[in-house]
Structures are given as structure tokens and as C-alpha cells.
Design a protein around this ligand. Structure first.
Ligand SMILES: [Fe+2]
Length: 469
């Protein structure tokens, strides 16, 4: 009997090991003391890597800091946990924000869908990292996770330790979302990933959760990131577009995944001609993309205070909304105000069709805007506006949103970050092709030339002020 029990137990344990090693994500929720142990052990370092989305679904990239003297921009990739038959990917080094280090940037190509990979990055010379796992998902239909304003705090000289609790919030919303949605392909953040953009510890803390070793990130730039320059050294986004008039940290970028074109805009820049030019180029290179999704930091038709700021509202609706409308974007993700809300279908600053929670809309007019709550630095916002179809009044609770693309259908669901309770959903069915070349849209872009000129003057003055300042 003992022998039989031992065989059964052994079989069960083997099965558990097999299941664990093929779980989509290693993303446990942590207690405060577990997180504090992790945080304390690694916060003084700055060498954790970021796994970034690639130019398409067959690529991802890694970006990490190493000592200048021994930097080797190399990644090993294998389908075997013992790293046998590993492929070697070589990349480049670029200057770091300090004199002692370099930034290694390596793009991994040729990934296959629904495949479990293991990887290591070179930590300098002959030293390799521990083996990490990255599991690709479906390359066609896919699901994306969205969280807003991760905004990891700085550690102040007065001893403010909210960075530690920010990291725990970040870790645990990832864990909750990934446990309930193991089919998530990557994460989108509409900016303000860090609080000051000036301290290495903000990025190191953002990169601490084990989940981000297996979850490619796509991070827009927010006004807080732009207080410093460190976004430049800790991220490696695909197809970065520096245009003719961007300066400093400014850039847009885009990538393709399955049937979806993702367009990321730097809304801290009023550089209208370059925002328009990036959109034109990305659309031209992706004529077959069924869906077009915009990501921009500031809430254009969002929920919260910035809508009450006339100057900001005017800038955003004048510069960005005509680009989104004339290129027929389906959905736009925003953040900044730390409050969760979603608009009706918008066009020319007006509601053109209601977008009620729980309902399905086929080939609607206009664009829906989702404003994301924040992971850290939450505020409670009691806000209502005519353009809002849904707003969450308990914004001290973290939330997350998923965009689920299945053929002609996009389902957007927003859930509580602590228990995944469904708060809001909407389904859009697209059966028609995009119509950016309709007479109305061509006319809209012709009229936009005035905005491009004014936006350019505004940007050049802004660039000059920053240079002098
Ligand atoms: Fe912001």
C-alpha cells in the first residue's frame, strides 16, 4: 500500500511541476512583508531588464543596464528550461545616464505563437542572468491589459517610503489580472510610469515584479515621466518616431500585433505636424490592420479635472481628436487624471452615438475614449460629464482594463484590481474597412494644416523655453 501511495504521490508531484513550469505567468500576489523583502534586496541596484513589445507579434526586446567595462548586449533564447539548443541574439549598447554603465538593447525575432520560451540576458562578461520564462500567446486574436498611471514614487530626502507601497500595489494588480486572464499578450500603460522620471529607483521598482519578466510592456510618455530623462534609458519601444520637431524625451511610436495597429502619442508635446506624420506613416505601412487603437497620456474625453482646464482641453481636442477621427481610430486609451471613465462615441467634440455599458455596437460612428485609473497615487473623483458613458466613483480602488480582439469583435472590460469584479464593458463589431480617404476625412486633414502650423509655433517656442530653462 505504501508503495502504491508513493507512486501516486510522485505522479501527482510530477504533474504539478509540469503544470507550474507551463503556467502563463509567474506572478504571485505578495504580502507586505514578502514585498518588502524583495524591495529591500534589489532597490539599490538598477540592472533589472525591461521586456518590451516588438515591432510585431514575432518580436520582443530587452533593455538593461550593465557595467561599461564588461557590457555584452546578448540574449539567449531556448524552448528548453535547461537552455539547450539556445539561439544567441546580439544587440547594441547605447550610453547610460551615468558614466559607469551602458544600456544593452537586444531584439529577439522569429518567435512562434503559443510557445513557451526560456531566456537569459548577459549581465556582463561571462555572467548570465537566471533563466526566465516568456510564453507567446495567439498571434491573431489576442487580449491586452491596460493600467493607467503606474507612477512609482521617488524616495524623498525626508524619507518618504511610498515607493515601497507603490511597488506592492503594482505587483498585486498585475498578479490579480494575470491570474484571471492568463491569455494576456502584453501590457499597455498610457504614461506617467514614474513620478519624477529622474531617479533610477523608480524604474527599478517598476521592474521588480516577477510578472514583468514574462509580460512585454508598451509604455507611453506622461508629464511625470517628462520631468526627467530616464525613460530614455530604461525603455526600448519599437518604431520610435522622432519626427522633425520633437526634442528631449518627446517621441511617438507604433507597433502591429495580429490585426491591430497600436499608435502611441506623446501628449506632452503640442507638435501637431509630427503627430499627424507618424499616424500617416504607420497607417500607410499597415493597410490591412482591421483595428486602430490610440494611446495617449492626457484624458481627452476622460474623467476628471483636466477636462475642467480650458487650455488643456482645447489643446487636446484640437491637436489629437482630429487625427484620431480622420484616421478612423476605433478606440483611444488615456490616463493622467487618476480616475476611471469611458466616453460615448465622440466626433467633433460631440457625442455622436451612445456607448452604454454592457452593450454591443456594430460599425459605430466616432471614437470611444477610455480613461484609466492609476495604480499608485490614487484620488477619489466625483465627476460626471455629458461625454461619459461610465465613470467609477471609487477611484481609491485600483482598476485594470482588458481589450479582447476576436476577429471582427473588440470587447473592452474594466475590472477592480483587487478582486476582478466587472465594472464596465462594451463590445464593438467592425465589419467595414477603415475610411481615412473619405472626402470628409481628407477635408478634415486639410483644415488641420492650420493646427499643424499653430502647433509647430507652440512647439518651437516650448523647445526654446526648455533649452533656455
Ligand atoms: Fe499625468
Amino acid at each position: 500500500m505504501k508503495k502504491i501511495m508513493s507512486v501516486i504521490l510522485s505522479a501527482v508531484m510530477t504533474a504539478q511541476v509540469a503544470v507550474n513550469s507551463f503556467a502563463a505567468f509567474d506572478a504571485p500576489k505578495l504580502s507586505e512583508s514578502e514585498w518588502n523583502t524583495l524591495y529591500t534586496s534589489s532597490v539599490e541596484d538598477n540592472t533589472l531588464p525591461m521586456l518590451n513589445v516588438g515591432a510585431d507579434e514575432t518580436q520582443v526586446s530587452l533593455c538593461w543596464h550593465t557595467d561599461k567595462a564588461s557590457a555584452q548586449p546578448q540574449v539567449l533564447l531556448s524552448k528548453n528550461i535547461d537552455m539547450s539548443d539556445a539561439l544567441v541574439f546580439n544587440g547594441i549598447t547605447t550610453p547610460a545616464e551615468n558614466d559607469e554603465q551602458l544600456v544593452c538593447r537586444v531584439t529577439v525575432t522569429g518567435l512562434e505563437e503559443n510557445t513557451c520560451y526560456y531566456y537569459q540576458w548577459n549581465k556582463g562578461g561571462n555572467e548570465w542572468s537566471d533563466v526566465e520564462k516568456y510564453e507567446t500567446k495567439s498571434f491573431g486574436d489576442h487580449k491586452v491589459m491596460v493600467v493607467g498611471d503606474i507612477q512609482i514614487s521617488e524616495v524623498t530626502s525626508e524619507g518618504n517610503d511610498s515607493q515601497k507601497s507603490d511597488g506592492l500595489n503594482w505587483n498585486n494588480v498585475l498578479a490579480e489580472a494575470l491570474e484571471k486572464n492568463p491569455d494576456i499578450s502584453f501590457l499597455v500603460s498610457p504614461g506617467d510610469n514614474t513620478s519624477t522620471g529622474k531617479t533610477e529607483k523608480e524604474w527599478q521598482t517598476l521592474l521588480m515584479p516577477e510578472a514583468v519578466r514574462s509580460l512585454p510592456l508598451a509604455l507611453a510618455i506622461g508629464n511625470h515621466d517628462k520631468k526627467g530623462m530616464l525613460y530614455n534609458y530604461y525603455t526600448n519601444m519599437p518604431n520610435e518616431y522622432f519626427g522633425n520637431f520633437f526634442s528631449g524625451l518627446d517621441r511617438d511610436f507604433w507597433f502591429r500585433y495580429g490585426d491591430v495597429l497600436y499608435l502611441f502619442y506623446d501628449s506632452t508635446s503640442g507638435n501637431a505636424p509630427d503627430h499627424m506624420a507618424m499616424t500617416k506613416q504607420a497607417v500607410k505601412e499597415n493597410p490591412d490592420a482591421k483595428w486602430r487603437i490610440g494611446v495617449v497620456h492626457h484624458g481627452i474625453y476622460g474623467a476628471g479635472d483636466c477636462i475642467g482646464d480650458t487650455e488643456t482641453e482645447l489643446l487636446l481636442t484640437t491637436i489629437f481628436a482630429p487625427i484620431f477621427e480622420s484616421y478612423d481610430l476605433d478606440f483611444v486609451i488615456t490616463g493622467h487624471t487618476h480616475s476611471q471613465g469611458r466616453s460615448h462615441f465622440m466626433e467633433n467634440t460631440k457625442v455622436v452615438e451612445l456607448a452604454e455599458s454592457g452593450k454591443t455596437y456594430t460599425d459605430p460612428k466616432g471614437v470611444v475614449y477610455l480613461n484609466s485609473n492609476s495604480v499608485c497615487g490614487k484620488v477619489i473623483m466625483d465627476y460626471e460629464a455629458e461625454h461619459l458613458a461610465y465613470s467609477f466613483m471609487e477611484n481609491d480602488v485600483t482598476t485594470y482594463t482588458t481589450l479582447d480582439f476576436k476577429g471582427d469583435t473588440l470587447t473592452v472590460e474594466t475590472r477592480r484590481g483587487d478582486n476582478s469584479q466587472l465594472l464596465d464593458s462594451i463590445t464593438i463589431v467592425r465589419t467595414k474597412e477603415h475610411n481615412e480617404n473619405s472626402a470628409g476625412n481628407i477635408l478634415k486633414r486639410a483644415a488641420y494644416k492650420v493646427v499643424e502650423f499653430v502647433g509647430l509655433v507652440y512647439t518651437l517656442i516650448d523647445n526654446l523655453v526648455r533649452k533656455l530653462g
